[in-house]
Design a protein around this ligand. Structure first.
Ligand code: FHN
Length: 442
């Protein structure tokens, strides 16, 4: 029997007692409402997928990274061996935060526990955590302190799905090749989960929120409705009312969720086949990779260009949506150099055009082939993501002035029956997103 599993099963007997379930009618507290507003203003975050899997770097297969335990059918006993080697000698939380700040991102979401069940934080609920590796330190604690110093909000990704814990039973769609016994106590697993969430919400200071994933593993089993989400969400909102809850379940938000996540698709799109859910009125976020991988993959060189990602950032903002852009840190603790370069390029664009992204909401023009609009107070930003030609008619009235955001060059316009016509446009072919600022009469 696995050493960790035996200890783990015993440890969870003392896990947190159940908390009163939260009523279905969830009303955000003032702190939570303020946090939602901050989140919608932030518009840009960095996603970090970092864990034992990072050491395998996809094993030479560009389509595998953090799923390698599942895809290669590695048993829990064998996968646990990775914990004996994890020692990111170059990990420097302040360096990570500097890069995130230089990118213009306002928050970080880091994997505190991914599907492999390994806690990347000092958890007392299980020895299967980072402090029992040769690294011995708590990188989440170090990152939380660095984020506080750097003014970056820190969110924790937490996988409800667990390929290691013996009590994640009945199994769902995945995790059926791990060698765990075909038995377990689901309620004990939920108490274990809530105990780890309690640690994350009480030991690392004020956090931005909890980013849940893995609900979908039981979506087609009788366990679908046995997550007791309201109990877990009530725990989180009780411990930190300002902590936002999001669940990457790809369906309409449940009561208690504070924003809605989309993955590799903008809200309303479904190129990946699992973003078909309705677009709610909650704050919105789209998660995207810089290559094709969430976790570090040593052969995946399919990096999206900074121009593509800036267009995605603007396209998201034009839909009132944040961009959560992922990088998978390397096993030695450094951020992947190619990703650092891209993040710096995005930051360079934001230093000039950030007013058209930060603090904005979706503009008055629905997304068009030429681009999108964002709005902040009496200013509307027209994002020319493609060449619209020499003129562009917009259903916008009471425009007092129009100018290029980069440099301030005035843009000619005339009033038209349906709004205004921008004239003399000359969007350079090399432009990523040429932004025109329209000042509207108050
Ligand atoms: O299975 C995970 C995957 O590993 C990754 O964490 C992404 C990030 O949004 N979420 C799940 C896939 O939908």
């Amino acid at each position: 029997m696995l050493r960790h599993l035996a200890i783990l099963a015993a440890a969870t007997l003392t896990a947190a007692a159940p908390v009163p379930a939260q009523s279905d009618s969830y009303t955000p507290t003032p702190e939570n409402a303020a946090a939602r507003h901050w989140f919608a203003d932030a518009r840009f975050g960095v996603f970090l997928h970092w864990g034992l899997y990072s050491q395998l770097a996809g094993g030479g297969d560009k389509d595998i990274a953090e799923w390698i335990m599942e895809n290669k059918k590695i048993s829990a006993a064998h996968y646990e061996r990775l914990a004996q080697f994890f020692n990111p000698i170059h990990f420097d939380a302040d360096a990570w935060v500097r890069t995130v700040k230089e990118s213009g991102a306002r928050y970080i979401v880091i994997t505190a526990k991914h599907h492999d069940g390994f806690a990347m934080f000092a958890s007392t609920t299980s020895p299967y955590n980072v402090t029992t590796t040769p690294f011995r330190r708590d990188p989440i604690a170090e990152l939380a302190a660095a984020c506080r110093r750097g003014g970056i909000k820190l969110f924790f990704y937490y996988s409800q799905l667990d390929w290691h814990h013996p009590d994640y039973f009945p199994r769902g769609r995945t995790g059926n090749h791990t060698g765990r016994p075909q038995a377990g106590d689901w309620e004990r697993y939920l108490r274990y989960q809530d105990a780890q969430l309690t640690e994350l919400l009480t030991r690392y200071g004020p956090i931005g929120g909890i980013w849940f994933d893995g609900w979908w593993d039981q979506q087609k089993t009788p366990m679908r409705d046995r997550w007791q989400l309201q109990r877990t969400y009530a725990l989180i909102h009780r411990l930190q009312p300002g902590a936002l809850i999001v669940n990457n379940h790809h369906i309409a938000p449940f009561p208690g969720e504070d924003y809605q996540a989309f993955e590799r698709d903008l809200p309303g799109e479904n190129t990946n086949g699992y973003n078909g859910s309705v677009v709610s009125t909650l704050p919105l976020e789209m998660a995207e990779t810089m290559n094709g991988s969430w976790g570090f993959n040593m052969v995946d060189d399919g990096f999206k260009s900074p121009a593509t990602l800036i267009a995605t950032l603007a396209g998201a903002a034009g839909r009132g949506t944040n961009l959560l852009l992922n990088t998978g840190p390397m096993p030695d603790g450094r951020l992947q150099p190619e990703n650092v370069d891209t993040l710096k390029a995005i930051g360079g664009w934001l230093r000039i055009n950030g007013a058209s992204i930060y603090g904005t909401r979706a503009g008055p023009v629905t997304p068009q082939p030429w681009g999108v609009t964002t709005q902040s107070g009496n200013r509307i930003f027209v994002h020319l993501l493609r060449d619209p030609g020499a003129t562009l008619t917009l259903p916008v009235r009471n425009v007092r002035a129009a100018r290029l955001l980069d440099g301030g060059t005035p843009v000619r316009f005339r009033r038209a029956a349906t709004g205004i016509e921008l004239q003399g446009l000359a969007r350079p072919a090399t432009a990523v997103d040429q932004v025109i600022a329209l000042d509207i009469a108050g």
